[in-house]
Ligand binder design. Sequence first.
Ligand code: NAP
Length: 249
Amino acid sequence: MLSQTTSQTTKIIIGANSDIAKALALQVVEEEQSQLIVITRDISFYQQAVFEKCQIIAVDDYQERTISLVVKDIESNNQTAISAVFLCHGLLHNAHITPEKRLQEFSEQAFLEVMKANAMTPILWLKHLTPLLKSKVDCKVIIFTARVGSISDNEIGGWYSYRTSKAAANMLIKSAAIEFKRSAKNIKLISFHPGTTDTPLSKPFQKNVPAHKLFTSEFVASQLLQIVNKTAVDGEASFLDWQGKSIPW
Ligand SMILES: NC(=O)c1ccc[n+]([C@@H]2O[C@H](COP(=O)([O-])OP(=O)(O)OC[C@H]3O[C@@H](n4cnc5c(N)ncnc54)[C@H](OP(=O)(O)O)[C@@H]3O)[C@@H](O)[C@H]2O)c1
C-alpha cells in the first residue's frame, strides 16, 4: 500500500544517461519532497555523492522482459506514490545510422532500430508502469519526442525514420491518453519537444543553429520541471515545447 500521509513522492528518470536526463536528475535531487529513481544502461554519471540517496538501476538492454523485471523491482521497493516519470530515450544517429536526406537512403534495419528506441521502448515502459502509477496522486508522464514528429508541421521532409518514430510515439501517447481518461484518471501524458539542445544527439546537426536557439541541458531541464508543475491532469495528452507552448499533432 502506498503511503499517502507524507508529501514525499517518487520521480523516475528512464534513459537517464541522456544529457538532458542528467541535468534533470541533478535538479530533482535538490527537491526535498522528491525521491529519485534513475534507470539507464550506463550508471557511471550516477556514482557521484549527490545521488547517494537515489535508487540507481542499471539495465543491460530495453527488451520487454528487462522492463518488466525492473518495474517489479520498483513495485517491491518503492513506498511512495510516483508523481512523475521522464522517458528520455532518443535515437537519431549512431555508428551505422544517419538520418536520411533522401528516400533512397532509407534502410529497413535503421528504420526498425530507430522505431524501437523512439516509439516502442517508451510505450513498453508505460505499459508496465501504468499499474504502479494509478493512485490518488497526480502523475505526469513525460515522453521526450520532437517537433519533427508533428505531421502537420512537416514542411521540409527528410529524416524519414526519426520523424516517423516520433510521430508514432505521439500516436501511441494519444491512444493511451484516451484509455487513461477512463481507467487511470490521475495520469497526464506529455509529449515533450526540448528544442535543439547541446547533446551528443544533436552534435552533428548544430552547424546552422543560431547560438540563441541551441539550449543547454540545464536550461531545458529547468523549463521542463516548471512545465510539469504547471500542467494540469485533464484527461488529454499534450504535445508541448520547451516553452510550454502546444505543438500541433
Ligand atoms: N538534443 C536535441 O536537440 C533534441 C531535440 C529534439 C528532441 N530531442 C529528444 O530528447 C530526448 C533526449 O535527447 P538527448 O539529446 O538528451 O539524447 P542523448 O544525450 O543522446 O541520450 C540518448 C538517450 O537515448 C537512450 N537510447 C539511446 N539509444 C537507445 C536505444 N537503442 N534504445 C533505447 N534507448 C536508447 C539513452 O538511454 P541510456 O540512458 O540507457 O543510455 C539515452 O536516454 C530524445 O528523445 C531526443 O529524441 C532531443
